[in-house]
Ligand binder design. Sequence first.
Ligand code: PLP
Length: 351
Amino acid sequence: MENFDINNLVRENVKTMKPYSSARDEFKDFDVAQMIFLDANENPYQNGVNRYPDPQQSSVKAVLAKQRNLKVNQVLLGNGSDEVLDLLFRAFCEPKTDNVITLPPTYGMYGVLANINSVENREVLLSTDFQPEIESILEAVDANTKMIFLCSPNNPTGNSFADESVVTLLQNFKGLVVVDEAYIDFSKKPSWLVELDEYPNLVITQTLSKAYGLAGIRLGICYASAAIIAVLNKIKPPYNVNELTQRRALERLADKEKIKLEIDSIVKQRDDLLKVLDEVNFVSKIYPTEANFVLIKVDDATKRYNELIAKGIVIRNRTTQPLCENTLRLTIGTVEENKKLMEALLAIGQP
Ligand SMILES: Cc1ncc(COP(=O)(O)O)c(C=O)c1O
């Protein structure tokens, strides 16, 4: 997009504010091993976590940037991608004035964050095959529309959005197009990361909570132009990613083989489950999935949900979501868990 200037989107108070400067930020270029730090009111006795963590998470970002073939200044980390998404709202959306566009049925936090930040959430439903309705989306845009959220692969539907739709939005929308790729590692489609240099309004979020198996440490990632990342860095809480999280992420990111094996196993399990679902008599539709879950349409979602609970299996009833009447979302578990799920589904389907 020509003449894109991120400063036109940044909130006025964010543009003019002086960011908090943490003690550790000021001395990052010194030889820390040779220095005595009496600046941050920490307990001096070593126990591995008595010091504040690196506010810029330089080691984790360096690994991610290398693995993704990006520059470190195109990466921002947060306490889960939920924090990253919240930072986007706070940086770019003026409360009670600006709006964002979301495409239900989709990940619920976009709407929740819009609400918390007093930002209007303009909902433009996906089509019945769960694809973005580009014309309606562009019609919903006005001068105060700051972001469009595209979740691809989408939660809870499992499908990816058509490339042409994403490109049309990137080319025609003058705000930020945020592509949430929480489930990208389960998809055969490439990440939109390779297009970052092409589109200055592209923002991509990813997470270590899904394929990387680290939901418990809370590490979310934002990839964007250096200019966008600089704005988010200005407003993020100084120590938003704790020391234990940074260490655990580094260990896991080094274990590429193991992550790949786990992803392959989950994808295989997903394919096995799809075959069994075909035989379950109360399942009327199995939606195509590129994620670690499957959305199915059944005769009576609440009844089937309760029957599975009675067998000790908890899934997600999505029946109240738009376009999702009588649907259930099933996450792929371990081989044993999936076996139990498949047995349970077949058993409750018996007349
Ligand atoms: C589409 C999507 N984005 C983001 C998240 C949240 O990720 P995180 O655990 O990094 O906050 C989820 C969690 O379910 C999700 O489904």
